[in-house]
Design a protein around this ligand. Structure first.
Ligand SMILES: [Zn+2]
Ligand SMILES: [Zn+2]
Length: 91
Protein backbone atom coordinates (compact mmCIF):
# COMPACT_ATOMS: atom_id res chain seq x y z
CA UNK A 1 0.00 0.00 0.00
CA UNK A 2 1.53 3.30 -1.11
CA UNK A 3 0.06 5.31 1.72
CA UNK A 4 1.40 3.00 4.39
CA UNK A 5 4.84 3.29 2.84
CA UNK A 6 4.57 7.05 2.68
CA UNK A 7 3.75 7.15 6.38
CA UNK A 8 6.49 4.64 7.19
CA UNK A 9 3.91 2.24 8.60
CA UNK A 10 3.43 4.53 11.57
CA UNK A 11 -0.01 5.35 12.81
CA UNK A 12 -0.47 9.04 12.15
CA UNK A 13 -2.92 9.47 15.00
CA UNK A 14 -0.54 7.87 17.49
CA UNK A 15 2.17 10.11 16.14
CA UNK A 16 0.05 13.20 16.49
CA UNK A 17 -1.09 12.25 19.97
CA UNK A 18 2.53 11.85 20.99
CA UNK A 19 3.56 15.14 19.45
CA UNK A 20 0.67 16.97 21.10
CA UNK A 21 1.47 15.44 24.46
CA UNK A 22 5.11 16.46 24.21
CA UNK A 23 4.09 19.97 23.16
CA UNK A 24 1.73 20.16 26.12
CA UNK A 25 4.44 18.92 28.45
CA UNK A 26 2.55 15.77 29.41
CA UNK A 27 4.46 12.88 30.78
CA UNK A 28 3.66 9.72 28.93
CA UNK A 29 4.03 6.28 30.30
CA UNK A 30 4.16 2.81 28.87
CA UNK A 31 1.72 2.23 26.05
CA UNK A 32 1.07 5.93 25.57
CA UNK A 33 4.61 6.47 24.38
CA UNK A 34 4.31 4.05 21.54
CA UNK A 35 3.45 4.78 17.99
CA UNK A 36 1.64 1.71 16.86
CA UNK A 37 2.15 0.13 13.52
CA UNK A 38 -0.29 1.35 10.92
CA UNK A 39 -2.23 -1.42 9.29
CA UNK A 40 -5.14 0.39 7.70
CA UNK A 41 -5.67 3.42 5.50
CA UNK A 42 -8.37 5.85 6.41
CA UNK A 43 -10.11 8.35 4.16
CA UNK A 44 -10.08 11.66 5.98
CA UNK A 45 -13.03 12.94 3.98
CA UNK A 46 -15.74 10.37 3.54
CA UNK A 47 -15.91 9.19 -0.02
CA UNK A 48 -19.67 9.32 0.06
CA UNK A 49 -19.45 13.08 0.33
CA UNK A 50 -16.50 13.66 -1.96
CA UNK A 51 -15.97 10.74 -4.33
CA UNK A 52 -13.51 12.81 -6.34
CA UNK A 53 -11.07 12.69 -3.43
CA UNK A 54 -10.94 8.93 -3.45
CA UNK A 55 -7.52 8.77 -5.01
CA UNK A 56 -6.06 11.89 -3.44
CA UNK A 57 -3.11 10.94 -1.31
CA UNK A 58 -3.73 13.90 0.94
CA UNK A 59 -7.06 12.44 1.81
CA UNK A 60 -5.54 9.18 2.99
CA UNK A 61 -3.92 8.54 6.31
CA UNK A 62 -2.29 5.46 7.80
CA UNK A 63 -3.75 4.34 11.09
CA UNK A 64 -3.40 1.49 13.50
CA UNK A 65 -6.52 -0.54 14.12
CA UNK A 66 -7.49 1.02 17.49
CA UNK A 67 -7.09 4.58 16.19
CA UNK A 68 -8.98 3.74 13.04
CA UNK A 69 -11.83 2.34 15.08
CA UNK A 70 -11.79 5.48 17.17
CA UNK A 71 -12.09 7.65 14.07
CA UNK A 72 -15.20 5.76 13.11
CA UNK A 73 -16.54 5.84 16.63
CA UNK A 74 -16.36 2.11 16.96
CA UNK A 75 -15.42 0.25 20.06
CA UNK A 76 -11.93 -1.18 20.03
CA UNK A 77 -11.74 -4.62 18.58
CA UNK A 78 -11.44 -7.28 21.15
CA UNK A 79 -10.20 -10.74 20.95
CA UNK A 80 -13.11 -13.03 20.75
CA UNK A 81 -12.63 -16.01 22.85
CA UNK A 82 -13.96 -19.14 21.41
CA UNK A 83 -16.38 -20.75 23.71
CA UNK A 84 -15.32 -24.13 24.70
CA UNK A 85 -17.89 -26.69 23.95
CA UNK A 86 -19.06 -28.13 27.15
CA UNK A 87 -19.35 -31.77 26.74
CA UNK A 88 -22.17 -33.32 28.60
CA UNK A 89 -21.07 -36.73 27.78
CA UNK A 90 -19.88 -38.58 30.79
CA UNK A 91 -17.57 -41.43 30.24
ZN1 LIG B 1 -2.75 4.67 16.42
ZN1 LIG C 1 -11.57 4.80 7.98
Amino acid sequence: MQILERDHYECQDCRKRLRDAVAAGDILRGEEKKIRRAEEVHHIVELKEHPELGLEEDNLISLCVPCHNLRHGRAPRRFKRKKKLVSKELW
